[in-house]
Design a protein. Structure first.
Length: 269
């Protein structure tokens, strides 16, 4: 059976002798911080690698929930991605439950696991024996939407670490790394959107000045060119800015009367 991991007791309910002291946890923070400063890899990727090494795993990923969908934000390799994708396909698994229930899940031995029968059978056939999934509490999120997932080909690979401070240390760093990665992604998306809007506005200005047409008419011509060429508006805009011309041949293939932009203006106003 999969086991939910508590903070201070062993999986059999007894006190966990290996629980890290405050000094040991601080040392783990220092060790992990030094490792991260020494790498040029993205923080989330470096953290997954560190988690794999510290936990004695072979594979690791970070799962992110986006609405009703799940995706792997970071994977250690293609095989680890496959292990994640199986859970997404079946709609069940320890990694998904770690997010859903906001608590760590450990599977000591897949051969004796029966909570997620479809996923368990598939992962076992691929050579996986034990799994540890830890929820990540991201910044600016009021609920859990991510998990750090570790996979091993060895049975009972994570028992000695699951309830110790090591899991808390790594998951805390992983949560920060994931939050930063998401913030950077949002910033890049916003920057790209602003850049595209600027390019479209510039292209509209080129058409307006060249053909003495209105703003709406210029935008309509660009939309028509985009529809008939199956090219994005940003590509059409870039060509107009570069050449000073609307790609008339693409519009003409779509059956539009493009030899006189002013005539289109009359119908669009």
């Amino acid at each position: 059976m999969a086991e939910q991991v508590t903070d201070h007791s062993g999986l059999d309910g007894s006190e966990f002798d290996g629980f890290l002291t405050f000094a040991e946890v601080a040392a783990q923070f220092d060790q992990l911080s030094d490792r991260l400063r020494a790498t040029e890899k993205p923080l989330a990727n470096a953290l997954v690698e560190a988690a794999i090494e510290m936990a004695g795993a072979q594979w690791g990923t970070i799962t992110l929930q986006d609405g009703d969908e799940f995706r792997s934000l970071v994977v250690s390799d293609d095989f680890s991605l496959q292990l994640d994708l199986l859970q997404y396909a079946f709609g069940s698994g320890p990694c998904l439950d770690a997010i859903k229930h906001d608590t760590p899940f450990m599977v000591p031995d897949l051969r004796h696991e029966n909570r997620w029968p479809e996923y368990t059978a598939s992962a076992r056939k691929l050579g996986v024996r034990s799994i540890f999934a830890h929820p990540l509490h991201l910044m600016d999120q009021d609920r859990t939407i991510a998990s750090l997932n570790l996979y091993s080909a060895t049975e009972d690979a994570f028992r000695d670490r699951a309830n110790s401070g090591e899991a808390a240390v790594v998951s805390t760093f992983a949560a920060m790394g994931t939050s930063i990665a998401l913030s950077q992604s949002k910033a890049e998306q916003l920057e790209n959107a602003l850049r595209t809007n600027r390019e479209i506005a510039m292209a509209m200005g080129v058409l307006m000045g060249r053909h003495s047409i209105s703003r709406d008419a210029a935008l309509n011509l660009m939309r028509l060119a985009s529809q008939n060429s199956n090219l994005k508006m940003s590509v059409i805009a870039d060509e107009i800015i570069t050449t000073g011309e609307l790609p008339m041949d693409r519009v003409r293939r779509g059956g539009a009367a493009t030899t006189s932009p002013t005539r289109s203006t009359a119908t669009s106003r």
